[in-house]
Design a protein around this ligand. Structure first.
Ligand SMILES: Cc1cc2nc3c(=O)[nH]c(=O)nc-3n(C[C@H](O)[C@H](O)[C@H](O)COP(=O)(O)OP(=O)(O)OC[C@H]3O[C@@H](n4cnc5c(N)ncnc54)[C@H](O)[C@@H]3O)c2cc1C
Length: 569
């Protein structure tokens, strides 16, 4: 695998700038880090689209915060460890959970408007996996948008932050194992940004799958860039799928949140059969991974492209008021969800895997930090507790931004490590990147999706390797091609990790190894690039968790049935 997207002998740098800190990405993690770092030093933030174009902006449900009377940090920690199936890092979980009240206070101080009860206190929702009401939300299902708005507004007001929109980070610059900056395409020009520390906050990678809830910017550029630079990655086999997203040709895969099922929504197949009752005692409120598999199985069984969510038995006024966004979007496609079934399918939602980082966000490379969805901090283990990821971005983004600013060391001007050039070039016109992109996403969905087997993974790996060799031979300096090549790298990393983890755990399900194997696999799987460009993996130990941690797959799930049956009445 090549070290650079643009080979050094073909690189023409138009401008070079130096800055103490460069942050890549403007989601909750990147903006939080930039704001915190700017209290100490100058920051340059680059983001490949508009500032608000991020997974963060699309987040609906909320942020998990310990505020309710009777709720405690220990309970939230225990819930998080429980869902993680033995792979969480407790020190990180503790830092994030204990940082939650301060994180929300900060947002409110900066103008954040969150939903409140009639008495004026913050409304706290209950979500699957949480043993207490602790999910703070804004505008019903617009939490991410509000957080993004507040952070963008704050960053724009910080004179120490230089914001560069439509600036695409291509590759990290490294000198003798130390990261010295990043190469960026900005307005058709090539910028070399030298920095004392680089904070990578490029978010997730849902676009590697045909069906995803993620916006178009989620192409895993950061994951691929970190891997090429030699950083260690972990947990790449753990992709969380969401069981119910809108499935109408031409619509985005709008997430139909747990709340729709929590309020009494019933999943039906194309024959009208409510198939979940017979599959799990929790029926539609079973955990996301289990539901995603059940939905997929029913689609295969009925040979239909989707299943349906039925809200028709709920009072129409309640449905319109409780799910305004879903109601509005479905109306534009001619569906009235108070009278019609909603076509739904599972889709890739959240990437647990990413750069190995310590509790301060430092990666395995000096002067390089990673935060948010591109990092594998140890907060989520093998499964993610709902509403913990916005919290992670807020708390660890803020913390790592401060650490990076204090530690950054400006690089001396020296040559960056150079990789070998591609040996052979192919004519551009022979290369159809849209076609390859479609094939890649379809292959990942079929072979490396919700259910995987050793045979399918092996087949996918062979094809991906060949496709990547082909794509690497065409080296057009355009962002669409960079993204495609990043997606190919990412696809290979996910596939390799999924193939090596010979068990099922958390969100990773192998049809040929359906059980969890703690004897062999109570460990992390790390992945890195060798000097020769190969993918190498290694198992590493998980730090021991306190005895209070519950690690059974379904322990700690609240029983939201009571709410559900109330709603059905
Ligand atoms: C539909 C949906 C609903 C969700 N609901 C919830 C929820 O209710 N609660 C919760 O906790 N989590 C939720 N999540 C998950 C959560 O939104 C994300 O995990 C979180 O926002 C990730 O934040 P981030 O800052 O790491 O990345 P992002 O918010 O994705 O930001 C990444 C940034 O990096 C930029 N970038 C990427 N590549 C490059 C590049 N090459 N050069 C320059 N810039 C680049 C992007 O443009 C973007 O600005 C949801 C996610 C989705 C998609």
């Amino acid at each position: 695998m090549q070290r650079f997207l643009v080979q050094p002998d073909e690189l023409k740098v138009d401008e070079e700038i130096t800055t103490p800190i460069v942050v890549i990405g403007s989601g909750v993690a990147g903006l939080s880090a930039a704001i915190a770092a700017s209290e100490h030093t100058q920051v340059t933030l680059v983001t490949k689209s508009w500032l608000s174009d991020s997974n963060t902006d699309w987040a609906q449900g909320g942020v998990a915060i310990v505020l309710a009377p009777g709720d405690t940090f220990s309970k939230h920690i225990s819930d998080t460890l429980s869902v993680s199936q033995g792979l969480c890092h407790e020190e990180v979980v503790r830092r994030v959970v204990e940082g939650s009240p301060a994180a929300i206070r900060r947002l409110i101080e900066w103008g954040g408007q969150f939903d409140r009860s009639a008495e004026g206190s913050l409304s706290l929702g209950l979500e699957a996996g949480h043993s207490a009401d602790r999910v703070v939300h804004a505008m019903g299902d617009g939490t991410g948008r509000e957080i993004q708005r507040v952070l963008v507004d704050r960053a724009r007001r910080c004179p120490q932050i230089n914001l560069l929109e439509h600036a695409f980070a291509i590759d990290l610059l490294v000198q003798g194992g130390r990261v010295t900056g990043v190469l960026v395409m900005f307005g058709g020009r090539m910028l070399r940004i030298r920095a004392g520390a680089v904070i990578c906050a490029t978010g997730g990678c849902g676009q590697v799958f045909r069906e995803t809830t993620n916006p178009e910017v989620a192409t895993g550029d950061g994951h691929a860039m970190l891997f090429r630079a030699g950083a260690r990655l972990r947990g790449m086999e753990f992709v969380q799928f969401h069981p119910t997203t809108l499935y109408i040709a031409g619509s985005s895969r709008l997430l139909i949140s747990e709340a729709a099922r929590g309020e009494g929504g019933i999943l039906r197949d194309c024959n009208g059969h409510a198939f979940m009752e017979s599959q799990d005692p929790r029926a539609e409120l079973a955990p996301r991974d289990l539901l995603s598999r059940a939905v997929l199985n029913q689609m295969v069984k009925t040979r239909h492209t989707n299943v349906y969510l039925d809200l028709r038995h709920l009072p129409p006024a309640f449905v319109r008021e409780r799910f305004p966004r879903i109601y509005r979007v479905c109306r534009t496609f001619g569906l009235d969800i108070t009278r019609d079934l909603i076509p739904v399918t599972p889709a890739a939602h959240y990437m647990i895997g990413g750069a190995v980082v310590d509790a301060d966000g430092r990666t395995s490379l000096r002067n390089l930090f990673a935060i948010g969805e591109v990092a594998c901090s140890g907060l989520h283990g093998a499964n993610r507790l709902a509403s913990n990821s916005l919290l992670e971005g807020l708390v660890l983004g803020d913390h790592s931004g401060g650490v990076a600013a204090r530690e950054c060391e400006l690089p001396a001007a020296a040559a960056d490590d150079a990789g070998s050039s591609a040996s052979e070039r192919r004519e551009d016109r022979d290369f159809n990147s849209a076609d390859l992109s479609n094939s890649l996403k379809a292959l990942m969905w079929r072979h490396v999706g919700i259910m995987r087997s050793g045979l399918e993974l092996a087949e996918a790996e062979t094809r991906l390797e060949a496709w990547q060799r082909g794509a690497d031979r065409v080296c057009r300096p355009i962002t669409r091609d960079f993204e495609l090549r990043n997606l190919l790298t990412l696809a290979r990393l996910i596939t390799r990790a999924a193939r090596e983890r010979n068990e099922s755990r958390g969100v990773h399900f192998r049809t040929d190894r359906p059980g969890r194997d703690d004897d062999l696999w109570h460990s992390n799987l790390e992945i890195h690039r060798t000097q020769g460009g190969e993918i190498e993996t290694a198992r590493t130990a998980v730090p021991p968790q306190a005895a209070t941690a519950r690690t059974e797959p379904t322990a700690g799930e609240p029983d939201p049935k009571s709410r559900r049956s109330e709603a059905r009445r």
